[in-house]
Ligand binder design. Sequence first.
Ligand code: 1PR
Length: 544
Amino acid sequence: MPTVHLLDYVAGNVRSLVNAIEKVGFTVEWIKAPEDIFKAEKLILPGVGHFGHCLSQFSAGGYLEPIRAHIQSGKPFLGICVGLQALFEGSEEDPAIPGLGLIPGRLQKFRDDDKSVPHIGWNSANASREGLSLCGLRPTSKYYYVHAYAVAYQKGELEKLGWSAATATYGNEEFVGAIGKDNVFATQFHPEKSGAAGLRVIKAFLEGNLQTKLPDIPGAAKVRDGLTRRVIACLDVRTNDEGDLVVTKGDQYDVREKGEVGGKVRNLGKPVDMAKKYYEQGADEVTFLNITSFRNCPLADTPMLEILRRTSETVFVPLTIGGGIRDIADTDGTRIPAQDVAAMYFKSGADKVSIGSDAVTAAEEYFASGKRLSGTTAIETISRAYGNQAVVVSVDPRRVYVARPEDTNHSTIKTKFPGPNGEGYCWYQCTIKGGREGRDFDVRQLVTAVEAMGAGEILLNCIDKDGTNSGFDLELINEVKDAVKIPVIASSGAGNPSHFEEVFANTSTDAALGAGMFHRGEYTVKQVKEFLVDNGLLVRQFEA
Ligand code: 1PR
């Protein structure tokens, strides 16, 4: 089988990239030392996280000059995400650290006054030159982006230097989504996480089709630019009474079958099969939450790692894993830092880790210390190493009703849904251990603290709504969206496609998640997305 050399120096989720390369008929040769680059015919440079961290690692490892030599030799080079950013002069993310400087320009942070940052989700990559297809890119496709810094696009600037660009628009900012010239091609998005459209790009690069005539694609003219509405399928996973890891689903977090005394754990199916099914229905992301991990589980939680490894072989959209991401003591008592726990999941195919209980504890300490960052929390250490886009904080709140705002020190809202005694106000109490323990801490405190610590996204569950099929808690979502600039995923309560339209129409949520309604086969992800299209919303169309 033909080969391609891969330099994975900043260990992120490179497994999915290997799976994608193998899927299109190539095998990977690993670059283990700078001199290996001179053996490479084709070279891929992926990069995740901070620009400066990445470039410093490449520099410290002695890779920068061999990479530059490879490019100048005219041999094919593909840069992905920070691998694109590295080609430019530098980034305001780390002004002191230079890029390769092969392309003039610097990266700037997206403005967050009109939109969430980082830019997470599916957006276009439209070749700026009429009729040109850059490495299989199509105007009808969407590609998965996850970054806070971008190269602003000025029409003609790159072209006059011989570069071809493919652009995307986020809010009112147009930026470089991909760029190509001669033997070089680079994408800001992750092709290995962009479904069939991304596999097409990887295949085109590996087969040497870096710049071709754009085929005539029906419907190309009417595809809208911009970030799509993200629809996520969530699989709550736990060990059932027979010891197998199964997909389960709670009602207000109670996962046991009703009726039977001491009910059996609800078993809705096998995690790997269900994840593949949702991918093929068009899910934009898949989330696994290991809901019994708050118990002291052995680090080598091999069933969960194995689920990720097997899922990442066939599911080419972002995978998030939550449950037990914290500093832990292994069964033999050795202490394993959260960053190493997360690294195991990244290496097994996860793109993001989700932190629940540990985030609440860290946030409480943040406030107790007068909003001082310790630098040692799981959120801080993992986002520093892998970028804040790799860290999601999962929030498990429940309503606490009060008759008047002055009855509590917490951040209250006036609710349209009065409490059991007619209370007209409520605050959202944070819980840990899967809702088993309530804290004297509210969601506004939690989300502002974790944003300050470097979390890149909020997974906003809701115990009151979980499993009720009654729709999302719109008041909760608006309370949290008002408090943070990072993206928020609305979760809990979805029962039919109209609930997804309702949450996008009535809140500024960045994504919406469903679980039970999909697991029980009441609706498919495809039906949800079709409903959103019928109501004028922009969604990514699944490509087989
Ligand atoms: O605390 O870092 O170990 O993480 C534990 C993770 O497991 C957290 O993300 C927590 O939300 C989750 N979790 C723990 N116990 C449960 C439970 O159900 N007993 N799942 C649980 C919480 C929320 C979502 C659910 C949505 C949508 N469930 O996972 O999928 O509410 O459901 P719906 O569409 O059916 O309404 P840590």
